[in-house]
Every structure is written in C-alpha cells, then in structure tokens.
Design a protein around this ligand. Structure first.
Ligand code: FCB
Length: 453
C-alpha cells in the first residue's frame, strides 16, 4: 500500500462522531426527548428495528473513548452537543448537568492534546420544539440562537472551533421531503421552508459565536457531491444540473453569494413546490444574515452521484459500478470526486478555509478467530481520499484538516446498527471497542505526518 505524501505543517488530523449516534443515555442527566427518539420508537422507521437508547454508551464511557483518540494521536475531535441534553424544552430552561457533561469532555480532550470541534446541531432537535412546529416554524431560529449562546458561553473559553449545522440538506430533505429521517414528514413545500430556517439559524449562530467567543473559527458542514450526467444527452445533463441545484447550490449560493440559485428556484416553482414566483418564507435581511462571512466550510464527502433523467426530466441516481465494489451504503468509491469538488469550491465559492469534516466508508468486516479486523477496503478508501485531498492542496485549495468518519461503529440513523463506519469495531452486547486495521493505519499515517512537521 502506497504511503501518503506529507501534508502542510498546520494540517489538522481528526476524527468525527455525533451525539445521537454514540451517546445513548437518552434518559440520563435530565435530557429531554429528541425527534430522533420519537422517530426511532415508531415501528418501521429504522431498518433493523433498533433505537439509540444505548448506542455506544458513550455517555458513560466517554473517558475510555477519549483514550482511543489519544491512542490514535489525532489533533482534533469533532463531536456534537445534544440540544435536548442542554435545553430539554428547546428554549428557556437550561439543564446544567447536560452542560456539565460536555464541559468535562472538553477539559479531558484538551488535557489529552485534542482540539475540540463542536457541532451545535447534528439533527437531534428537542421534541418539544417539534411539537411547536419544528424547523418549519420561524421561531425555532430564535430558539437555536438562544441554545447557541448557552453552549458557547459555557464552553467558549476553551473551544475555538464551532460548526453551526451538520448537513442541512439531510435535515430538510430527508427529514421533511422523503421522510427517511426524523421527523419523517413528506412535504416538499415544508422542506424548503425548513432549509431556509436552518440556513437562517446558521447565520444567527455565526453572530452568536462572534459575540460570545472572540477569535473563534466558525463554519458549517455541508454534504456535497459532484453530480455527473449518465450520458451526454441534453436531458441527462439537465437532470444533473437540477440535482446540483437542489443538493449543492441550494446551500452554497445563499451562504457564499447571498441568494438562492435562480435556476433551482425555477425548477421548484415548476414542480409546484413554491407558490407563485418567489420564496414566501424569505424575509427582508434573511439572506444577509445567512451570508455572514464564515471562517471555514466543512465538507462532508462520501461519493459522487451519477444521474439520468426520468420521463418527467427529474434526476434519478444510477449506479455505474458492479455491486461488489460499492460500500455497504451502496455508495460508489470515487476519490476523484473529492478532488473535483474541492477544486470547484475553491473556484466558484472561494471559502476562506476548508476542512473535510466527514469522510469514510461502511463495511461490515468484524473480528476473525484471532480477534483481528482486516478492513482493507476501508484503509484503501481513507488512503485514496487523503491522496485526492493532498492533490487538491497542491492545486491551491485552502484545505486545513481532515476528519475521518467515524471513531466508532454507531447508530447509522434509519439504517440502525447494520452499517459500520467506525475505525473501532463496537461489540454492542459488551460495548467492547476493538481497533480495526484502519485504526492502526490511521494512527500510523497521523504519526508519520506529524513527525514530518
Ligand atoms: C452523514 C452524517 C453522519 C453519518 C454519515 C455516514 O450524512 O452527517 O452523521 O451518518 O453520513
């Protein structure tokens, strides 16, 4: 296996998780219910019928998990704060034990030489807010700003890196248009309103971080994919443009250019997802708030999408490689897509800095008789994507760090526990963590690069 080339001196090596996927302890320490607790409790929503009541039991085992980070030698750890742990009702009352949990985690991370990157929202909305209309209600934006202020006031003396939202496309589209994620709605009109409120709340949270934590870096994580037409036919190329509009540009354009993409708005109007010719949920000043300068863009990259047009011209994703070559998510392994995406972002949007805030692959490999986990495909996935990232740096992309997804196998949303993304294998019966070959490989890659500094 080829070694990686040297990365620039300041390059940050990290690994990522999110609260709901690993913490468990959903009834502990005064935590309130989240929309994901409610969703997972609804029969038929989670493929394996599981829920995240215990997950990786990180709420109790977090010190052991910080030891794993120390062993890996990473310089940064991206994790999220569970809003319902901190504010069980979403707004108003603060639950101090919830804040204490993250406060202690931050101290121990810093003591271990690991820089905390905190995501404020990784999809676990307090159910109490959903009961008042969720992200479709504009008032939720104010609640989020209040929550952001509570968390940054408590942790901002030590935490220098803040992510407002994780993948607003998923929260809006999977949560409100396709129904695959909590709260499980299927209403494209509502999904656009939700996307706007998520973006607006991002802008408000940027303002909060700037006020509360002077000198901090703040940004947002987007799930971005290059969209490739399945053929050079006009219909397929237009389908690719459409999907690029709804998945990538619907978020990038407001954030970096201060407006929604005209062609994508027109597409939505044609489909009847917007009444008339405008965006009824946009109020004066909103786009200015959304486009407040950020310090970095977080890129979550897993794969590209190849699309053809269906009979109505709508994009349909197709697979162009044999099934055996796909990851367990049925995603194509396509490192060139990461390079192409980074170059495009640099050319078209010029973010001041980029971090790859998620990148990884689901493969089921478990322990053999000797207890070893030979996840060769994951090692190759990580290596090839890091090489692509390195090439992009060489070609001028201001990429400052990389976070592998994920530290542990965990609750993969609607897929439950069947999809394993961890560099550590988790035995859910005993909660034992076992390093996969990829954990050894990542540890060595990080160490080799850090000693080159
Ligand atoms: C991303 C999510 C993350 C994880 C990975 C596989 O969309 O941000 O929580 O589920 O996919």
């Amino acid at each position: 296996m080829m070694a990686l080339p040297a990365f620039p001196d300041a390059f940050l090596w990290g690994i990522a998780t999110s609260a709901y996927q690993i913490e468990g302890g959903v009834q502990e320490g005064g935590r309130g219910e989240s929309i994901w607790d409610r969703f997972a409790a609804t029969p038929g929503r989670i493929e394996d019928g599981s829920n995240a009541g215990t997950a990786c039991d990180h709420y109790l085992r977090w010190r052991e998990d910080v030891d794993l980070l120390g062993w890996l030698g990473v310089g940064a750890y991206r994790f999220s704060v569970a809003w319902p742990r901190v504010m069980p009702d979403g707004c108003g009352t603060v639950n101090e034990p919830g804040l204490d949990f993250y406060d202690a985690l931050v101290d121990v991370l810093i003591g271990a030489g690991v820089e905390p990157f905190i995501t404020l929202y990784h999809w676990d909305l307090p159910q109490a807010i959903q009961d008042r209309g969720g992200w479709a209600a504009r008032n939720t934006v104010d609640c989020f700003a209040e929550y952001a202020a509570v968390v940054t006031r408590r942790l901002g003396d030590r935490v220098r890196h803040w992510v407002t939202h994780n993948e607003p496309w998923c929260a809006a589209t999977l949560g409100h248009e396709t129904g695959h994620h909590a709260p499980g709605h299927r209403d494209p009109v509502e999904a656009l309103r939700v996307a706007h409120h998520l973006l607006l709340s991002h802008g408000r949270a940027v303002e909060v971080v700037r006020e509360t934590v002077p000198g901090a870096e703040v940004g947002i994580c987007l799930n971005l994919s290059p969209i490739c037409p399945a053929s050079s036919e006009e219909a397929d190329r237009d389908a690719a443009r459409r999907l690029d509009g709804s998945l990538n540009r619907w978020y990038l354009d407001p954030l970096f250019r201060g407006h929604y993409p005209d062609d994508a708005v027109t597409d939505r109007i044609r489909r009847g997802h917007l009444p008339g010719t405008d965006l009824p949920f946009v109020q004066a000043g909103d786009l200015k708030t959304i486009a407040r300068p950020i310090d970095f863009l977080g890129v979550n990259y897993y794969s590209r999408l190849v699309v053809r047009a269906d009979d109505d011209g709508e994009p349909v994703a197709i697979s162009v490689v044999p099934k055996e070559e796909l990851t367990d998510m049925a995603w194509e392994v396509f490192p060139q897509g990461l390079y192409d995406l980074l170059i495009r972002l640099e050319r078209e949007y010029r973010p001041p800095l980029i971090y790859i805030t998620e990148n990884g692959a689901a493969y089921a490999d478990g322990p053999d008789d000797a207890g070893r986990i030979t996840d060769t495909r994951r090692v190759e996935y990580l290596r090839s994507h890091l090489s692509a990232a390195h090439r992009a740096i060489g070609d001028g992309v201001p990429l400052r760090g990389y976070f592998a997804w994920s530290l542990l196998d965990n609750f993969e949303w609607s897929h439950g526990y069947e999809k394993r993304f961890g560099l550590y294998w988790v035995d859910y019966a005993t909660q034992q963590r076992i390093p996969k070959d990829s954990a050894f490989w990542y540890r060595d890659a990080v160490a080799a690069d850090r000693t080159q500094i």
